[in-house]
Design a binder for this molecule. Sequence first.
Ligand SMILES: [Zn+2]
Ligand SMILES: [Zn+2]
Length: 223
Amino acid sequence: MPTTTLETLARLMAQTTGCPICHYGRATGHVFLENLLYESVNDFGIRQQLTQRLGFCALHSREMLQLPGARLGAAILEQAMLKEALRRLEDLVPARRSLLGHRRALGSSPPSQQNCLVCEHERQNEIRAIEDLVGHWDDAWAEALENAGGLCYNHLHQAIRLSPNKTIVAQLKTSHQRLWQTTIARLDAFIRKHDYRFRDEPIQAEEAQAIHRAIAILTGEDA
Ligand SMILES: [Zn+2]
Ligand SMILES: [Zn+2]
């Protein structure tokens, strides 16, 4: 029987630390990347989409190289992308100067890093997983999520926006206030113990880990 999104989320909450939506998104992205790579070499439609986007983002391009037996497919794909980049180079011209200067003509991220197919797939799955989670919310989910360490900032933001009622919003807020205040207190202890007056106090493992938790909360889990 195929596993449902909720079953996967429950497993991720029990087995991993930090935002289960991030973990879920990355896992679905990994499978998608794997399938895409094996199909892309022969599928004209996928090849065309990839060419349009100049391949994957930096993260997923490197992840592709970790897939077993993917080097040949990756080499064929990257060669095609590099040929496309070479073709585009022909048409590149300086931006038109305006009164505001031409820095504005440049986007906020470099052209080859936009619109990664795998990133897009992850974002769509994350939204669906959040909808599923808040749609089936109860005290057991609240407890499991808090024990896992809660959602990252971005996914909490989306969960609150997608919550069907005020009770869920209140529960999500209280739980994350508790979690984040704990991380702040641990960082406080970590910072304080760097002062020479308190240097005899040993730094606890969770205090040393707090910086990683803070970064994961603010930027998402990295794996
Ligand atoms: Zn997240
Ligand atoms: Zn990507």
